[in-house]
Design a protein around this ligand. Structure first.
Ligand SMILES: Cc1cc2nc3c(=O)[nH]c(=O)nc-3n(C[C@H](O)[C@H](O)[C@H](O)COP(=O)(O)O)c2cc1C
Length: 236
């Protein structure tokens, strides 16, 4: 059997580190992005409804307005709307992304916002380790094309996308004239998703370093600990 390096922490050591990290008591900070520029946008209304729900759980919420954000060109980083997006991403501990379904996928408006958020801003990572909830609205029957694509983007941005998600079909039927959402299973689902996001953010927000630890980046630390069998322990 070939020799290989292994980490050599006890379970107690790892658990103590995890428990000791959980110190923050402030309201979880959630940034919400939606994917439409329409004045009467249902993805914006669904986002606003979800924001009210999050606030009722105790979160601090900011909704980014994508109007005026230039098309991503990898150059215009000094643009006011780009800087605003970066500052909000850095501020956040969790995010909600809500896209309409257009042609069976997410919209350029939501993708453009995500493309403008770099994996690192200097030494700081604006998305890595943050929680993420994904939502979509559509005009037709219920589907999950946009949320599935948002999940792929969440992985690429190194976020923890929660299992629950929201897909509001025939969104034009689901809102009152004042912009609030009618009572329905779709609204109940949004409440469930926001509750899960809120709780997962409480659980994970202080654990970025703990969860971001990579064995492969600490191989030198383990140089002295070469073991020659499976994880250095004999299997009885
Ligand atoms: C060009 C275009 C393509 C669309 N494609 C789909 C689609 O693939 N599936 C669907 O259910 N609805 C589709 N719709 C309906 C939109 O999802 C619906 O109008 C939604 O409310 C738009 O989001 P917004 O209200 O936030 O602007 C499409 C609408 C447009 C204008």
């Amino acid at each position: 059997m070939s020799d290989f390096l292994v980490p050599d922490h006890s379970v107690e050591e790892t658990l103590t580190s995890f428990r000791d990290n959980n110190k923050s008591v402030h309201a979880p900070r959630i940034l919400m992005l939606y994917g439409s520029l329409r004045a009467e946008s249902y993805s914006k209304k669904a986002t606003q409804e979800a924001a009210r729900v999050l606030q009722s759980f105790g979160a601090e919420v900011k909704i980014y307005d994508p109007t005026g954000l230039p098309v991503f060109d990898r150059e215009n980083y000094q643009h006011e709307k780009v800087k605003e997006l970066h500052e909000l991403a850095l501020w956040s501990e969790g995010m909600v992304w809500c896209s309409p379904e257009l042609h069976g996928n997410l919209t350029s408006v939501i993708k453009n916002q995500i493309d403008w958020i770099p994996l690192s801003l200097g030494a700081v990572r604006p998305t890595q380790g943050r929680t993420l909830a994904v939502m979509q609205v559509s005009g037709g029957s219920q589907s999950f094309n946009a949320v599935n694509s948002l999940r792929i983007l969440g992985r690429w941005m190194r976020m923890f996308t929660i299992p629950n998600q929201s897909s509001v079909a025939m969104a034009w039927k689901e809102f009152n004239d004042d912009g609030s959402m009618k009572d329905s299973d779709y609204r109940d689902r949004i409440v469930d998703v926001m509750e899960e996001l809120f709780r997962m953010t409480l659980l994970l927000r202080d654990q970025k370093d703990f969860l971001g630890h990579r064995f492969s980046e600490h191989k030198d630390d383990y140089q002295e600990k070469i073991k020659s069998s499976l994880y250095g322990r004999s299997i009885e």
